[in-house]
Design a protein around this ligand. Structure first.
Ligand SMILES: C[S@@+](CC[C@H](N)C(=O)[O-])C[C@H]1O[C@@H](n2cnc3c(N)ncnc32)[C@H](O)[C@@H]1O
Length: 350
């Protein structure tokens, strides 16, 4: 679904990323913006902070993200010694409405800028703003929350626009679902995969190895028309219960080998096939299962659309997909535990 793009101005947005993974949160933001039908230009990538220009609506993007804390309007990035000068030449004062309440917070990411006194810097910023505008301070529930993030020895000055509902992510953890299986994926990772696959509202989404539905839930919550398949009927019954618990209605579940599915073409695929450990391969040799699945995935996915698929590190999907009509766009590593590293591949259908 492509949204009508009105002639709104590009905004410079800062994303405070969750830091759960070194590369996935950035890809997730980009996937979410593209899935909403917008383009973007990256300005800066810093540790746990992404700054980009886009016309996408921060509210719509915030509803999607699984690996981000909040989205803010970006005003400046500079070394801490230059911050007061930068505030003076930024648009911050014009952006803040007069006589509304504000809170200024300085947040240190990891152990960056150890010599910066965060409380002292917050006060300095607040005093500087007081020279220009009328406001009162409300640290509990301010109208405007000004945050200065300290990362990579720089200050990133932002005003928060939308917080991501991390509480809801927590509420849909596997342990809180009616049907649990050890192979199921955590909601933040599943959500990132669904975003990276550019899953859009009212479009067709497929997980051909859906298990108890960890990935389907996330696509369903975005509003996609979800299709799930699994060879194990008990797990599919579990998926049905899990989807119903979250009031997701638009789904089609099939007891079927992923390679034998017969469906109309879909707009996005995100999937986590079995690795032959906690999830059974149904007797297939792992390499063979991946190899024989790709021609089916190529059949199901529309041209120009995305497939996000995981594989244990011993499976080389670059090699396995050499003659398949997919272009490899990205590859991320995810250490599951000491003896299992999972690779997350992002392919675009030719
Ligand atoms: C890792 S689990 C999927 C977990 C799921 N993404 C979740 O978050 O709940 C892999 C699933 O693939 C299923 N499976 C194995 N071989 C299959 C095949 N040939 N076709 C379809 N499903 C298969 C297994 O029964 C298992 O449920």
């Amino acid at each position: 679904m492509q949204k009508a793009i009105v002639s709104e101005k590009m905004k410079r947005l800062a994303f405070f990323l969750s830091g759960e993974h070194p590369t996935l949160p950035v890809s997730e933001v980009i996937g979410a913006i593209e899935a909403e039908g917008f383009s973007y230009e990256i300005d800066e990538k810093l540790d746990q902070v992404l700054i980009l220009k886009t016309k996408a609506d921060p509210t719509d993007i915030s509803r999607r993200l699984g690996m981000c804390h909040w989205i803010g309007e970006h005003f400046c990035t500079c070394p801490s010694e230059e911050l007061m000068k930068c505030i003076g030449s930024s648009d911050l004062v014009d952006f803040l409405p007069q006589s509304e309440t504000i809170a200024v917070r300085v947040k240190r990411i990891k152990k960056y800028s150890p010599r910066v006194d965060t409380q002292g810097l917050s006060k300095k910023i607040a005093d500087k703003l007081l020279e220009e505008i009328n406001y009162s301070v409300d640290l509990e529930s301010p109208d405007n929350e000004i945050v200065c993030l300290l990362t990579e020895e720089k200050c990133v000055l932002t005003v928060i626009r939308k917080r991501i509902d991390r509480e809801f992510l927590n509420e849909r953890k596997p342990s809180k679902r009616p049907s649990v299986h050890p192979s199921t994926m955590q909601p933040n990772l599943a959500r990132a995969l669904v975003n990276i696959a550019r899953t859009s509202k009212n479009e067709r989404f497929l997980d051909p190895f859906c298990g108890v539905g960890g990935i389907l839930i996330e696509a369903g919550l975005i509003g996609a028309n979800t299709i799930g398949a699994d060879i194990n009927s008990e797990l599919l019954q579990g998926a049905e219960k899990n989807l119903s618990q979250l009031k997701i209605k638009d789904y089609d579940l099939r007891i079927c080998d992923a390679r034998e599915l017969e469906i109309e073409k879909v707009d996005a695929i995100a999937t986590d096939p079995p690795y032959g450990r906690q999830a059974s391969t149904g007797g297939s040799e792992l390499n063979e299962l991946y190899k024989s699945t790709f021609p089916a995935l190529a059949r199901f996915l529309k041209s120009g659309k995305y497939l996000c698929i995981t594989a244990p590190s011993e499976i080389n999907l670059e090699k396995l997909t050499k003659n398949q009509p997919f272009d490899l766009e990205e590859k991320h590593q995810n250490q599951v535990h000491k003896s299992l590293t999972r690779e997350i591949y992002v392919f675009k259908r030719e």
